[in-house]
Design a protein around this ligand. Structure first.
Ligand code: NCD
Length: 309
């Protein structure tokens, strides 16, 4: 079964063929936007964005993607202003979303919330982040960025994930996508923030070689450094967060010791873990990564609605 006309809940649902198809479609849409501002493909469609947790890039790029396709957007953010604040259940809220829109993107603090949503309503649901679970559409735009930097066909592509690997949902998704391309992975984190067992088992079963370390020196050997924020909102004990919040800093001095072609990625928002002194360096890929989200999300919306392009 192809990725089209489904919900997007986890990176695990994609085959390698699906991923290559999504990359090709994203590229085609990126090209089309060079000469047009509105592709006018979705005049009769409405996207609902439902964000129960903070977001800037994800929500705006979903909404911009829908607008560039010629569709319309309805948005529920700041849930303190919605009926949920009056005690309405998530299920009842979703039934409304289903009756007002054709496709929706949901971000929620509870792992599995998007999967529950997809079971409750008939329109396609896109998981825009479910707690410390996954963030598959971010994983796909990360994959597209790696492709555009020319690393996806490298044998093997070497990538270091740095920071909060335990709670970093974008990492959980990207790891599963990169497994299709035989990437060699290094996980750089304090022991307490290392890769959850579930994903280690997945890598073992997929015969992917990986290494766990707490030393940032591992970044010197790789093609891609994928840096993440320590996810303050997921810590039960705030002292733990304080202990780790400045664990790693990637700056110009460190990059000088890395491979000359290295790409530094970050799903953003960044705090101090990627120094602003890198922003104009050729290795800095994080703003182009955010930009790529537009094309990939356009591709996903089209595919899920079953519109061929
Ligand atoms: C990430 C997220 O929400 O998981 N941001 C994003 O969607 N680009 C990463 C983060 O919040 O640290």
């Amino acid at each position: 079964m192809s990725w089209k006309k489904q919900s997007i809940l986890s990176a695990s649902q994609f085959s390698k063929e699906d991923l290559l198809d999504i990359i090709a479609l994203s590229e085609k849409l990126e090209k089309a936007l060079e000469t047009k501002r509105n592709l006018k493909l979705l005049d009769d469609y409405i996207l609902a964005t439902l964000f129960f947790e903070p977001s800037t890039r994800t929500r705006l790029s979903f909404e911009a993607a829908m607008h560039r396709l010629g569709g319309r957007v309805i948005s529920a953010v700041g849930m303190q202003f919605s009926s949920l604040a009056k005690g309405e259940t998530l299920f009842d809220t979703l039934k409304m979303v289903e009756s007002y829109s054709d496709i929706c993107a949901i971000r929620h603090s509870v792992e599995g919330a998007s999967a529950l949503a997809a079971q409750s309503i008939k329109i396609p649901v896109m998981n825009a982040g479910d707690g410390a679970g996954e963030h598959p559409t971010q994983g796909l735009l990360d994959l597209y960025t790696i492709f555009k930097r020319g690393f996806l066909t490298k044998k093997p592509l070497r990538i270091a994930f740095v920071g909060d690997i335990r709670y970093g949902r974008t990492i959980h998704s990207l790891v599963q996508l990169l497994a299709h391309f035989g990437a060699a992975m290094v996980f750089v984190a304090p022991d307490e923030l290392q890769l959850p067992e579930k994903y280690q088992k997945f890598l073992d079963n997929s015969k992917i070689s990986y290494l766990k370390t707490s030393s940032i020196d591992a970044i010197k050997e790789v093609d891609v450094g994928y840096i993440t924020r320590i996810q303050e909102e997921r810590f039960i004990d705030h002292r733990e967060y304080e202990k780790f919040k400045d664990a790693y800093i990637v700056d110009h001095a460190l990059i000088e010791k890395c491979q000359p072609h290295i790409a530094i990625m970050h799903p953003l928002p960044r705090l101090s873990e990627v120094s602003t002194d890198l922003d104009n360096h050729p290795s800095a890929a994080y703003f182009e990564e955010a930009h790529n989200g537009l094309y990939v999300r356009m591709a996903l919306i089209l595919g899920l609605l079953g519109i061929n392009y």
